[in-house]
Design a protein around this ligand. Structure first.
Ligand code: NAD
Ligand code: 6OD
Length: 486
């Protein structure tokens, strides 16, 4: 049985309490690892190590020296690509074809991009008049914030964790990472890569454990963490924000979504079908940017639903190692219970089940896994729980609309504001509708097309702040104005 430990001050350590929890393979339901659960002592040790490292060689390095080390970290991930891929797929159950194209390459890219972009980040200068006529010069400099608490989710574990750790380290901070209890492996493996790349001890620390009354809560309660960056559910974000208020610590929150897709009758049908299928079913629907509400203009409605049904039924459900698999299990049996409860609510609320709605028949070796069928519904009322609440599964409700105004109103009728996708060949309409949608990220005729320099994040209850490009670098630095009287 594999044992997964904390990574503190450059070394793997067990919990002093000896407490561990089981990590299950989502495709079989079998336990494959014992994960050490951090208590307050391990969290304190990690924060102390991170604090001490702020006074060590990391702080004395130039931006270019730190950048060179972060490039080595990226190269180290790529050199051990197969190990990262295997670990990520075993933790999450996602198909290897998906993780090898997205999760692991992005894990490396997140270090390279920020190691380079931090070299170009500007700060402001203002010349000012003074009563004596001599004037003064104001200029700003950026400094690392200090120890950053990084709390990350399970859906894209390495990608989302390094999306925070990359820029935090590029800016000269040190980190204590609390990965999701469902996905402890790649954060742990990254410790070896950090050591091999020459990252000084204490710069990158990992505490394993759960959220409430465990490593997550102990980290947010620790007074010596300077800022928190979190990706996860909106409710957890509220809890973390409350904890961060003690000591007035900044937070960056990337939270949940209930994202709309809008398909106009003038779309390129094949592209809209292909893109919508990806946006609903990629990663078994466990993508914060995924489409769970689809609005299709009435003349196209029936044909579009039929094409989506055919696409959903053509997905190949299978374990990560199955080269034909295009749809893996959900991350855990607990999450499956949640998703299946929405499948039941849809039936109870009178949905027409276009396809799916249950659990697939799997071969006996996989029978204990967290499988659900890809599912599409129509005919639910707009205030149904299935239409308003984030499900985070391979499912979507589809509803017709008539006018552009109606589509915008329906899409905006949500407490979330993470992303929206629209499909149209009318350029004027694309700009007009994109401008009116209340979300941080809008895709036109595409989905999950990422340029890492762009602002990433949500409005309303989907988060606070933006990640990406200069926005990450702003969060991970403190701006200091220096006023010089001439
Ligand atoms: P989650 O909120 O349950 O857990 C996220 C992390 O927070 C985990 O590491 C967990 O252990 C920790 N945590 C839980 N309770 C805590 C507490 N009281 N104190 C400190 N830490 C705590 O989210 P999840 O189930 O891992 O991920 C799915 C959710 O994440 C979905 O809502 C999804 O939309 C969201 N998400 C958002 C984005 C985005 O960029 N906006 C990206 C991915 C996922
Ligand atoms: O691509 C990214 O940078 C990013 N933050 C993706 C988030 C996906 C959510 O599940």
């Amino acid at each position: 049985m594999q044992e997964i430990k904390h990574f503190i001050d450059g070394a793997y350590v067990a919990s002093a309490s000896g407490r561990t929890f089981d990590k299950l393979d989502p495709s079989t339901g079998e336990v494959f690892a014992k994960v050490h659960e951090a208590g307050e002592a391990e969290v304190d040790a990690a924060v102390r190590a991170a604090r001490a490292a702020l006074k060590g060689p990391w702080a004395r390095m130039s931006v270019a020296e730190r950048g060179a080390i972060l490039h080595k970290v990226a190269d180290g991930i790529l050199a051990r690509f197969e190990e990262f891929l295997a670990a990520e797929c075993r933790d999450t159950g996602k198909p290897r074809s998906l993780a090898s194209h997205i999760d692991i390459p992005r894990g490396a890219a997140n270090f390279k991009v920020f190691a380079d972009s931090v070299k170009n980040v500007a700060a402001e200068t203002f010349e000012m008049d003074t009563p004596d006529g001599a004037g003064a010069l104001n200029y700003a400099v950026r400094r690392p914030r200090g120890v950053i608490g990084v709390i990350s989710p399970w859906n894209l574990p390495l990608l989302l964790m390094t999306w925070k750790v990359g820029p935090a380290l590029a800016c000269g901070n040190t980190v204590v990472v609390k990965p999701s209890e469902e996905t402890p492996s790649t954060a742990a493996l990254l410790g070896e890569v950090m050591n091999a790349a020459g990252v000084p001890k204490g710069v990158y620390n990992v505490v394993q454990g759960l959220g409430g009354n465990s490593a997550g809560e102990f980290l947010t309660a620790h007074p010596d963490v300077d800022a928190f960056t979190f990706t996860g559910e909106t409710g957890t974000g509220e809890t973390i924000m409350r904890a961060a208020s003690r000591g007035v610590r900044p937070v960056s929150l990337e939270l949940g979504g209930k994202n709309a897709g809008i398909v106009f009758a003038d779309c390129d049908l094949d592209k809209a079908v292909e893109g919508t299928l990806r946006s609903v079913f990629a990663n078994s629907g466990q993508v914060c940017l995924g489409t769970e509400r689809l609005y299709v203009q009435r003349p196209l409605f029936e044909a579009f639903v039929a094409r989506l049904k055919a696409g959903a039924e053509a997905l190949v459900i299978g374990a990560p190692d199955d080269p034909k698999a295009t749809l893996g299990p959900l991350v855990s049996l607990t999450h499956r219970e949640k998703v299946l409860s929405y499948y039941q609510q849809a039936r109870d609320q009178g949905a027409t089940v276009v396809t799916g709605g249950g659990v697939p028949d799997m071969p006996s070796a996989l029978a204990g896994g967290a499988w659900v069928q890809p599912t599409l519904w129509t005919d639910l009322p707009d205030d149904s729980s299935v239409v308003t609440e984030e499900i985070f599964g391979p499912c979507c409700h589809i509803r017709p609309f008539d006018s552009e105004e109606e589509a915008v109103a329906l899409a905006n009728d949500t407490r979330y504001g993470l992303s929206a996708t629209l499909w149209t060949e009318n350029l004027g309409r694309a700009h007009r509708v994109a401008g009116q949608l209340e979300a941080g990220i809008i895709w036109v005729n595409s989905w999950f097309l990422r340029d890492l320099r762009t602002a990433f994040g949500g409005s309303k209850q989907s988060g606070i702040g933006r990640e990406g490009g200069v926005h990450s670098l702003e969060f991970y630095t403190e701006l200091k104005n220096i006023c010089v009287k001439l």
